[in-house]
Design a protein around this ligand. Sequence first.
Ligand code: EPZ
Length: 419
Amino acid sequence: MSVLEVEGGRRLTGEIDIQGAKNSSLPILAATLLSGEKQIIHNCPQLSDVDAAVKILEYLGCTVKREEHTLEIDPGSVSRWDIPEDLMREMRSSIVFLGAILARMGKALLSMPGGCELGPRPIDLHLDALRKLGVTIEDEHGYLQCKAEDGLHSAKVILAFPSVGATENILLASVLAKGTTVISNAAQEPEIIDLADFLNRCGAKVRGAGKSTIVIDGVERLHAAEHAVIPDRIVAATYLCCGAITGGELLLKHVNPNDLESMIPFFEEMGATISAGHHSVYLKAPSVLKSVRSIRTMPYPGFPTDAQAPFMSVLTVANGSSMFVENIFENRYKHVPELCRMGADIKVEGRVCVVNGISRLTGAVVRAEDLRGGAALIVAGLKAQGKTVIRNIHHIDRGYEKIEDSIMQIGGMIRRMEE
Ligand code: EPZ
């Protein structure tokens, strides 16, 4: 069983190039199904979630060639419209293929995505929206049998919650639908803008991505395109947390500073100096950080739920108490017991979590329970006295490309080994 072993106590200093965004790559790979023509996607991170998405594309009939961070997808001979259970279970976000398969094949058969580490992952908003676009959906024995017999048509969809995945599925299902579709209360994440940019490059007509109302004028067909995925803002935030907790000095390159705007004030509140360049962010942290009064996770442009765990690790050693309110997912504090094994003083009450800063964490054997919680254990291990061994690191490999190489490159002591 592979583990990551982290030796704490070293200041991280240096430069890191930030990988392409996982949460952009996945819907964009699904979108390559929509035309019958070859698509080239650059800056695709090398992650197990991307591997899972490629397996689904190949299962459906695509040919996929990979050169480093560039994927060439030929969807010319797509003939299947189902995703087998094992592939669905490999990656919870496979649900984003539903809209694309329906748009291409007029039908789809998917197993209900399993719950995941973050609690039940309902897809009611996805399914209600697809029904409005003309899809009939039967849920039989955990399988979703979806059909758009008369083809997909436009609709006005008002989302009860600005769900990222539901917004993506509506975009993918409506770009080839007859008429004009309007999404109200759409998710505004940068990954939505990136997906819309790719679709428009393929000849779609999407307006307003990044705002709460998106308008899609259906077109006859899409054509070949080439696209580079935006940088991963959550990976960038995670490395900034590694710099902050170790009193380090980092320059992150290939980032979009605007996408980090909601997080930067909290690094400043901790006492770090942080500044944005054209495509870079610089951080210099003091040896002792100040606590942060409160961090509430919100839909974009609010503080991202994916950055909650790494920030919590940093604040376990800040001077004073900090409060988190996790408003997006029901069960996103699974890293807390693991941080407490390292000596952290944290109390959870429902969605609220209070972190009382202590002077020192101690290394321990801990377990990643989900992707960002796992990354948070690395952040804590970089500060803890002694050695921290992190198990279940397959969670971390879903979203961080060669994380140990990047951390070693800036002076961290971390290695992947067989336990
Ligand atoms: C995307 O998940 C991201 N995943 C998540 O990142 C991210 O945390 C999340 O958006 C919020 O920003 C990908 O893009 C692959 P949602 P998604 O639909 O689309 C509820 C990571 O670590 N909801 O915006 O699943 C849902 O239960 C991952 O990279 C419904 O109730 O998020 C949750 O409480 C984790 N019904 C909330 O909305 C639905 O039909 C946000 O979900 C859909 C969602």
